[in-house]
Design a protein around this ligand. Structure first.
Ligand SMILES: NC(=O)c1ccc[n+]([C@@H]2O[C@H](COP(=O)([O-])OP(=O)(O)OC[C@H]3O[C@@H](n4cnc5c(N)ncnc54)[C@H](O)[C@@H]3O)[C@@H](O)[C@H]2O)c1
Length: 439
């Protein structure tokens, strides 16, 4: 059945679907509901809090992003999700132990209405997870059809006119694309034949794109970032983005590394280690899931520091990333970075970062922003990979032949210029306002 989700106006509600109703998804839902009730502020969200400068500084035009582009308001958001556990969003949020009771109780009634739909799940892809709420179909194409039915049903139940899907499920094992990932025909053939290289998250992504629903991948596994689904997204006019929410340590890294480079300071070593005790940490304790995360985290420094252009500064950089599962910490991760830098005449210096962060608190506003921006992109007729959303990801999905950008300031600049263009304004160059031809 062809996609019905082709609406370009903002009329009606927006359904935000999350495969995975764990720590991140429930913190996102609880936060949106709490903000709707006026109990908390949307801290960390660009769509809700950031302004955008238009024209010259002297014009003083600095509207909020949400007032400048036509974003869905929080009051229009509805929720839906899938999980291998039967807990509703309230029970799952309690179990995740991210939010205190005093923040959860006022939104409990709303959270209880979000019951997980049975998941498409296969333990081969997430070794340390097993749960009862799983679809019974055994054929992957039938599973995709069942997810498409779920999307339509949940839209009807909530009265939504549009939907977006953000993968908030566990990190699946590391995977290289195979033949079946190379074209839509091969992928659909693979679904029909139960090709073992098609992971559950890919079935969700396929179902979303077929339904005309924008899709973003918050985890580092292969999900919509291969030719078959990239092609399908363009063909169906669906924006997609990924992957792996940029929170915690990588957020810090992509803030600090551009600073060293702008001052031409060398970096000889960057050792990053983490302890975390939530379910995500337990899953990443499995070497195959960790490998997926490691690849996503490690690409960052090379593209920011450009050792090929600056061999004297970065050629010998030793970069190591560890994640250790340590239950007592729960969601309150601690990430340490030891950075060995060098300055004038090669003299060494050290920087130590100890970030006592809350993973889901950093990830939840990303889910909100991605949902609203992807919905905007869809209504603005943008399709395929949305590179301007790289800002939110550890391993930005890019069009083949393009180069990933990890520098958070360049990513931010691009995101805002894209918004300016979407809103019918000129992009900014940051050249002097009084530019008279002399730089
Ligand atoms: N929190 C962060 O800062 C952050 C940053 C980057 C990426 N991520 C990624 O986001 C994802 C969610 O993180 P989290 O902390 O909420 O983890 P979590 O373990 O609390 O939640 C994930 C949920 O997904 C469910 N799930 C797994 N496979 C599924 C499937 N096939 N279908 C439906 N549900 C499925 C699990 O049962 C679990 O409830 C993880 O992959 C994590 O690596 C999180």
């Amino acid at each position: 059945m062809p996609s019905e989700n082709t609406q370009t106006s903002r009329d009606g509600k927006l359904l935000v679907l999350t495969p995975g109703l764990g720590a991140v998804a429930t913190t996102f839902i609880a936060g949106v509901e709490s903000m709707r009730q006026g109990l908390t502020k949307p801290i960390g969200s660009l769509t809700q809090m950031q302004t955008i400068r238009l024209g010259m500084r002297s014009e003083g035009r600095n509207p909020l992003i949400k007032d400048f582009v036509d974003l869905a308001p929080l009051s229009d958001i509805e929720f839906g999700g899938w999980d291998v556990f039967e807990d509703n969003a309230y029970e799952a949020a309690k179990r995740a132990e991210v939010l205190n009771n005093e923040d959860l109780e006022p939104v409990a009634d709303r959270l209880k209405t979000v019951e997980p739909m049975p998941a498409v799940f296969n333990q081969d892809y997430v070794k340390r997870l097993d749960g009862p709420n799983v679809k019974e179909e055994t054929n992957k194409m039938e599973l995709a059809e069942a997810l498409r039915d779920d999307i339509r049903r949940r839209m009807k139940e909530t009265g939504a006119s549009r939907a977006v899907m953000i993968w908030c499920g566990s990190t699946e094992v590391y995977q290289h694309p195979t033949d079946c990932h190379q074209s839509i025909e091969a992928f659909e053939e693979g679904l029909r034949n139960n090709d073992e290289s098609i992971a559950p998250s890919q079935i969700y992504a396929y179902a979303a794109i077929k339904e005309g629903v924008p899709y973003a991948n918050g985890a580092p596994n292969l999900s919509a970032d291969f030719p078959a689904l990239e092609e399908l997204a363009v063909e169906n006019g669906v924006p997609i983005a990924g992957k792996d929410f940029k929170t915690g340590q990588t957020l810090m890294k992509t803030m600090l590394a551009p600073g060293f480079k702008t001052r031409m300071l060398g970096v000889e070593g960057w050792f990053s280690t983490n302890i975390l005790g939530n379910r995500d940490g337990e899953i990443l304790d499995d070497p195959e899931s960790f490998k997926t995360k490691e690849v996503s985290k490690k690409g960052v420094l090379d593209t920011i520091l450009q050792p090929d252009l600056y061999p004297d500064l970065y050629d010998d950089l030793y970069h190591k990333v560890r994640i250790n599962y340590y239950p007592p910490r729960g969601d309150e991760k601690e990430g340490w970075d030891n950075i060995d830098i060098k300055g004038w005449m090669g003299y060494p210096m050290q920087i130590k970062v100890d970030f006592l962060c809350r993973d889901s608190i950093l990830a939840a506003p990303i889910v909100l922003d991605l949902a609203l921006f992807l919905d905007l992109a869809k209504r603005s007729d943008r399709k395929g990979i949305q590179e301007w959303l790289s800002f939110y990801f550890k391993s930005p999905q890019i069009v083949e032949g393009h180069i990933q950008e990890h520098d958070i300031f360049i990513q931010h600049f691009r995101l805002k210029n894209t918004l300016r263009v979407l809103g019918g304004e000129e992009p900014l160059t940051h050249l002097s306002e009084n530019f008279d031809g002399n730089y």
